[in-house]
Every structure is written in C-alpha cells, then in structure tokens.
Design a protein around this ligand. Structure first.
Ligand SMILES: Cc1cc2nc3c(=O)[nH]c(=O)nc-3n(C[C@H](O)[C@H](O)[C@H](O)COP(=O)(O)OP(=O)(O)OC[C@H]3O[C@@H](n4cnc5c(N)ncnc54)[C@H](O)[C@@H]3O)c2cc1C
Length: 598
C-alpha cells in the first residue's frame, strides 16, 4: 500500500509542489514522507496488533464507568503524542501546518490498522478544527487547544433517537442562562443524543461535546426546521477560563452503550443532557456555551463537512485495503484444486495455490480496482481541499468538490464493502470465521453506508442539489476536467477506454437531464441511488484512466495498475447502463408501489 500511496501522492498528484506555497514553505517532500513514516510506524506497532482485541473486548459500562482495553488508551496516547491531532493547524497553535492531502494520507495508516481505535482521534481533530473556525478566541484557547494537545477528546452530537437523517427535527432544547459568561453565552441544555461516538470513556480527563440544540422562540416553542438550530460546547466536566477542571460534573450522563455489528472499539453512546443526574451550579440542566451565532449551528457543524466526508471515504478505502492485502496473502499460500488442463486431471499431482484460478484472480483484481481507485479518489479530493484553501483557482476547486464529495463519501462505502465481501470469499470457509481478520473488516466497513449521511441521503444530495445547482455548473466543471483526461488518453494505447469514458460521461449527462425533465423532485429522485452508483463508477473510471497515464515502465507495480484500470473499464463501467436506464426513464416502480405490497 505504501508504494501506491507514495505514487499517487507524489507522482500523480504532485503533492511535493505544495511546498512552493507560502503556507507549506517550511515543508519539503522529505518532511511529508517523514510524517507518513511516523504514522505508518505508530499504526503498525500500537494499533494493528490490537485491532482484534478492541473488537472482542468491546466497551463495557458498569453503571458508573466505561471500560476499554488498555491498548486503546496506549494507542490513542501515541497518536496524540505524534502531533497528528493538530496536523493541519497553524504552527502557533502547536500544529504542523501540513496540507490536507498529507494529513489524510497519514491518517490512512491508522484506519487500515484499526479504524475503531482511531475513531477517538479523528473526532477530536474535527471537533477542535471546527472550534478554530467558529469559536471565540477563549473557546479556542480553552477547548480547541487542549483537544489538539490530546488532553481532552471531543465528540459530535447531532443525532437523536427520533432524528437521524432529518436533523431539522432535533428536539434538544437550549435555554439562555447568562449572556455574559467569558466562555461564551451560557445555556442550559435538555435532551437526548443517540449514536454518539466516543461519547463516554476515560481515555482523557474530560470530553468536549459539540452539541446541536434548538433555542426556543419568544413563545417558548422550538422553531421548526434547521433555522432554529444552534451549536454548543458542552464539556463533560466543567472548566474555568484557565482551562482548569472546576471539580464540578456537568449534567451529561451516559444512558447506555450501543452494541454494534462492528467498529466496536469506539464507544457508541446514548447521552442524556440535563436529566438532573448532576446539578452544576445547584440545578439540573447541562451547561453549554454557544459557538457562533444562534441559528447557525448546522452551518457551523457542516463547515468541516468536506474533510469529514473524505475522512469517512478514506476510512472505507483503508478497510477495503486491509481486506485486499489479507486475501491476497492467503490466496498465494492456500493450495486447493488443480489446473483445468490435462495435467490437472492427475489427482496425484500437487494442488495449486488458489491465486492460480482465474476466478480467484477476478476477486483479487476487483478488490484492487476498488481500493486503489478509491484511494485515488480520496487523495484527489483532499488535494482539492488544499486548492480551496491555498490554490489559485478556488472557485474551480469548489465546483469540483461540490459534486465529488457525495461520491467520496458513498462510493468506497459501497464498493469497498463489496471488496471486503470478496476478501471473505477468497478465504472461503476460513474467511467466515474469527480466526482470520477479514470478517471484522466487513463488519467494521458496514457502518460507512449509514453514518455521515446515509447512502440514500448522499444520493439525494448529488442528484437533488449538486448536479443541478447554478444551472449545472458543478457538473459542467467535472465534465470539463474529465474531458482533459480523455483528450490526453486518446493519443495513447488507452484510446478505447477514453472513448468508453466519453460515452459514459454523455450517458450521465443525458440521464441527469431526463431525470429532471418533468421538474418533479419525486420523479427525478426516486432513482437517486442508481444515479449515485453510475456517477460514482464514471468518476472512478476517469480517475483510473488519469492514474494510468501517470504510470510508466515495465515493473510489476506498473502492470498491476494497468490491469486494475483495464478491469474497471471491462467489468465495472458497463454496469452504469442498467443504473442510468431506470434514472432516465424515471422508472416509477419504487415510488408507486403500495406499502401494503411490500
Ligand atoms: C456506529 C454509529 C456511529 C455514529 N456516530 C455518530 C456520532 O458520533 N454523532 C452523531 O451525531 N451521529 C452518529 N451516528 C448517527 C448516524 O449519523 C445516523 O445513524 C444516520 O444519520 C442515520 O440516521 P438514523 O439512524 O436515524 O436512520 P434514519 O434517518 O431513520 O434512516 C433510515 C433509512 O431511511 C432512509 N431515509 C431517511 N430519510 C430519508 C429520505 N428523506 N429520503 C430517502 N430515504 C431516507 C435512510 O437512507 C436509511 O436507509 C452514528 C451512527 C452509528 C450507527
């Protein structure tokens, strides 16, 4: 994986060129590589050996405290000490001022080694970065800085038992207590937050919850819709302006842990805010400090959305990668069956390793095309985040990111899950047991189509908003970028694939128009997921073509990349015809079928 990562970063995406920019001027290709080396080492030594342990010794709540394996404490500590929590932050807040693409690449090692143990740090970094963008100077000093230092960890509390995809329906209430608190306007919060990752643990002395809640209107009622939603810092233990614990417990309590299919090493919590279990300041109600302006909570929460969704997509890719490598290794060693040739008919002849069978190679090549293509997708998007922050064509980067982010989140969630399923298949019966790691990768992976916007919600975002916004400007920007690759490829041996991609692009454009031809969202969006699948496969075909144009030479590495690209064009891209057919016809079956018939 390291060789592919280095190739994609430095040869294909030219990440080294970023050092010419003022923000990254103190870096060099060598410092970037040193960061990757450090991450690889910590992931190999502190995370990977304990991935199974974190799964089997799942978090346990004794009614008072949550217990985690010591290995999780040690691994997260090592991560914090590496400085990666503040990797992209300014030097003056203790950061390394790394480009997003290098930060993401470094974090990829942890996702591959143990995605669940890595979860605490990813949440903390996202939480603190959000506070850097929207918090007051004191909120940054007290909360964000201590999170970057690893002294406290953070969470993101959006979901509620009755409000997951539809956040406008959250019911957590925030009532003003003191407008003039130094840490920010102080409110009392009451409500329940469901599915909160890292919501309780004792890895760090405190937990900084970022909570979405509604401030009631003058009539005391909660304002319907997203406009009434504000964002609050709700520390588990109260702190003063000098970031010292006051000794008082905030009114946030763990109602219980969720017991999950996978991702078991990260606690997942139902948290009660303001139920009166604790009474800070002598009364019930969780103390929360407003971040930003009232009513702008959702906007602030989604400020880091690009990074969060690329992070989820990259996590999905790395789980796929872990399965691919495990099954490749197994396939080279497992003797089973004989060749189909005359020689193979001799039952006394030795069996061949299963990697010799075409069908097993098909499964390995499929995985390779999914995970390496997925890695290219995520790094490309992370590089666009750098363009957005420090590049010259920021509007262009924004347009591309707009349409690519739903793909970055959803494509690996679906296809690297398929990849993990194929890894199990390669191992046969052994793959289905807990003696091998591939079943855990599949279970861990299964989350990714659910959180950070479900698959269905990503599809609605893509077809319902992103490709039609500003008269289709983002889609046009992507098409222009794909066209550049086609024009380069048409001059090479890859001309057939270039033509195939041009046809796919035209099909996607045509289906987009037909889906919206009646202007009825119900009609257009009934087949949004097949559209998302076709769009994603077209994007991946484009990236594979772009990647192979950067490959040269006759090495195994180069042949492998070309084979994976050819596989994608031969076996995967043709699938889009069926997906786009129902989109373009606005196939009404799923929309019209009566619930009673199901
Ligand atoms: C392990 C885990 C960790 C999580 N971590 C966090 C966390 O740290 N913080 C946090 O705030 N949340 C977290 N979540 C919550 C997660 O974001 C939600 O589960 C997710 O948003 C879906 O919400 P839901 O579970 O209520 O499902 P629902 O919203 O009820 O969705 C159920 C199904 O209906 C579909 N659906 C819903 N609405 C529509 C629609 N309008 N059109 C078409 N289809 C629709 C969905 O696509 C889905 O298939 C986590 C969840 C899990 C399982």
């Amino acid at each position: 994986m390291r060789e592919t990562l280095d190739f994609l970063l430095f040869d294909w995406l030219k990440a080294g060129d970023l050092t010419a920019r003022e923000r990254f001027a103190e870096h060099s290709a060598e410092t970037f590589s040193a960061v990757l080396d450090t991450c690889e080492k910590i992931a190999r030594e502190k995370f990977a050996p304990f991935n199974r342990l974190a799964d089997t010794q799942e978090p346990h709540f004794d009614g008072e405290r949550v217990h985690l394996p010591q290995a999780t404490h040690d691994a997260t500590r090592a991560y914090a000490e590496s400085g990666m929590l503040a990797a992209a932050q300014d030097y003056d807040v203790g950061g390394m001022q790394l480009p997003c693409v290098i930060e993401m690449a470094g974090n990829a090692f942890f996702s591959k080694a143990s995605v669940a143990m890595g979860g605490y740090a990813m949440l903390t970094s996202g939480n603190a970065s959000l506070l850097m963008a929207h918090g007051t100077p004191l909120q940054r000093e007290v909360f964000a800085k201590n999170e970057f230092a690893g002294r406290w960890f953070g969470t993101m509390c959006l979901s509620e038992p009755q409000a997951g995809s539809s956040l406008s329906d959250i019911a957590t209430r925030a009532e003003l207590e003191d407008e003039a608190d130094a840490l920010g306007p102080r409110y009392r919060l009451t409500g329940n937050k469901m599915w909160i990752s890292g919501g309780e643990h004792e890895i760090t002395e405190n937990i900084v919850h970022l909570v979405l809640a509604k401030v009631p209107g003058p009539d005391g009622r909660l304002i319907p819709g997203t406009k009434g939603i504000s964002l609050f810092i709700v520390p588990k233990k109260l702190v003063n302006e000098r970031a010292e614990l006051t000794g008082e417990r905030n009114d946030v309590s763990l109602a219980g842990l969720n017991h999950k299919l996978g991702y078991r090493g990260t606690t997942n919590c139902l948290l009660n805010f303001g139920e009166g279990r604790f009474t800070p300041g002598g009364r019930k109600g969780a103390i929360g400090y407003l971040v930003g302006k009232p009513g702008e909570g959702l906007r602030a929460m989604f400020h880091m959305m690009n990074e969060a969704r690329i992070g989820v997509g990259l996590g999905a890719v790395m789980l796929g990668y872990a399965g691919y490598e495990a099954s490749l290794d197994y396939a080279k060693q497992r003797p089973q069956g004989r060749p189909m040739t005359a020689a193979g008919k001799d039952a006394a002849s030795p069996q061949r390793p299963i990697i010799e069978h075409a069908d097993v190679r098909r499964m390995l090549l499929a995985q390779k095309s999914y995970v390496e293509g997925g890695l290219a997708l995520e790094l490309f998007c992370a590089r666009l985040v750098d363009e957005l922050a420090t590049g010259e064509d920021r509007a262009g980067a924004q347009a591309l990111l707009d349409v690519l982010i739903p793909i970055a989140k959803s494509w690996p969630s679906e296809w690297c899950l398929e990849s993990n399923s194929l890894a199990i298949q390669v191992l046969g019966g052994y793959g289905y047991t807990r003696d091998f790691p591939v079943e855990q990768y599949w279970r861990d992976q299964r989350l990714n189509m659910i959180h950070e916007g479900t698959h269905g919600i990503q599809a609605l975002d893509l077809l319902g908003r992103k490709v039609v916004q500003q008269g289709g400007a983002s889609l046009a920007a992507l098409a222009a970028r794909v066209q550049q690759t086609i024009e380069r490829a048409i001059q090479t041996d890859w001309a057939p694939q270039a033509n195939q991609l041009a046809a796919a692009l035209a099909q996607v454009g045509g289906a987009t128009k037909k889906a919206w031809s009646t202007g009825e969202p119900e009609e257009a969006l009934a087949n949004a997921v097949p559209y998302l699948q076709a769009f994603g496969h077209t994007v991946l075909a484009w990236l594979w073509l772009d990647v192979v144009l950067a490959v040269s030479g006759d090495s195994h590495f180069a042949h492998g990349k070309r084979a994976a690209a050819r596989y994608f064009f031969a076996y995967e891209l043709p699938k889009i015809a069926a997906w786009l057919d129902v989109v373009a016809r606005r196939e009404p079956l799923c929309r019209d079928i009566k619930a009673e018939y199901l």
